[in-house]
Design a protein around this ligand. Structure first.
Ligand code: ADP
Ligand code: MG
Length: 272
């Protein structure tokens, strides 16, 4: 990229990762928090953007809503710069653009706006992201305008798939949406990876689902698999990412593994 601050950043141009799957409860938020925290633990300056009105990602990172605090709503509807709205977390290298339930209104308010799908993309344009190396966007469980904003802004997509019955339900809708996003909003969008979550190795079902997903997505599926681990479910109520809550847990170890694998993939794909 010529000119501007991209030049000196070379290969470390900001990667914007949307964590998306319109199915609820598949581990999107847990993954956005845990992968964000992992990248930061590896000293990669990372921004987590909460784009879900449920705002579990924000509370899971220890954020408490305060009156007047700027949020992702202000980025999407108020034209606020991301750097203005990025709050520090208790971890070095990790910042958060939080969400509040107000964001539910954004989905409706955006409908009538010009460039409604590109609000987040414009707020994350090259000169807007400072020295963040990674932006991880937690999407809501729908394929509405909030998710479209994430997909239009993203360089890549991470799809968590829960190793349970109906795991692949909705995946074909997601694929259709990705195709449409490529055609109309973001030609460069790629799938950075598919992540198997809540894997219970004691059940045949989990193994069958994993096999099925690997059959469909092949090498896109990360080797790292996130086990069903109660520590992962507990951590958010303490407002701490899993590594801070219980570093020795299997959940923590799995996300550290995922982070290594993700960074390796990013380096191999280079300056795409
Ligand atoms: P989504 O954002 O896709 O709706 P969440 O990440 O919020 O999914 O996960 C849904 C629920 O499952 C949450 O209560 C979360 O704490 C829990 N959970 C997520 N991942 C795991 C896991 N690997 N093991 C156990 N519980 C998990
Ligand atoms: Mg969620």
């Amino acid at each position: 990229v010529k000119g501007g601050r991209r030049e000196w950043r070379g290969m470390s141009d900001t990667r914007i990762l949307a964590v998306a799957n319109q199915k609820g409860g598949v581990g999107k938020t847990t993954t956005a928090i845990s992968l964000g925290a992992t990248l930061a633990a590896y000293e990669r300056k990372t921004l987590v953007v909460d784009l879900d009105p449920q705002s579990n990602c924000s509370s899971g990172l220890g954020w408490r809503a305060e009156d007047g605090a700027a949020t992702s709503y202000d980025v999407l509807l108020g034209g606020r710069a991301v750097l203005d709205v990025a709050h520090p977390t208790e971890f070095p290298h990790l910042s958060l653009v939080p969400a509040t339930p107000d964001l539910a209104g954004a989905e409706v308010e955006l409908v009538g706006m010009v460039g409604r799908e590109f609000r987040l993309r414009d707020a994350l344009a090259a000169d807007q992201t400072g020295d963040f190396e990674f932006v991880v966007v937690d999407c809501p469980p729908s394929l509405g305008l909030l998710t479209l904003n994430a997909l239009a802004a993203a360089t890549g997509l991470l799809i968590p798939i829960q190793c349970e019955y109906f795991a692949m339900e909705g995946v074909s809708n997601l694929m259709t949406t990705i195709e449409e996003v490529r055609r109309f909003l973001n030609p460069g969008l790629v799938i950075d990876g598919v992540l198997l979550t809540m894997y219970d190795e004691r059940t045949n079902l989990a193994q069958q689902v994993a096999q099925e997903v690997r059959g469909v997505f092949g090498d896109l599926v990360f080797e790292a698999v996130v086990p069903r681990n109660v520590r992962l479910a507990e951590a958010p109520s303490f407002g701490r990412p899993i590594h801070a809550y219980d570093l020795r847990s299997r959940g923590s170890q799995a996300y550290l593994e995922l982070g290594r694998e993700f960074l390796e993939r990013m380096e191999v794909s280079g300056d795409r």
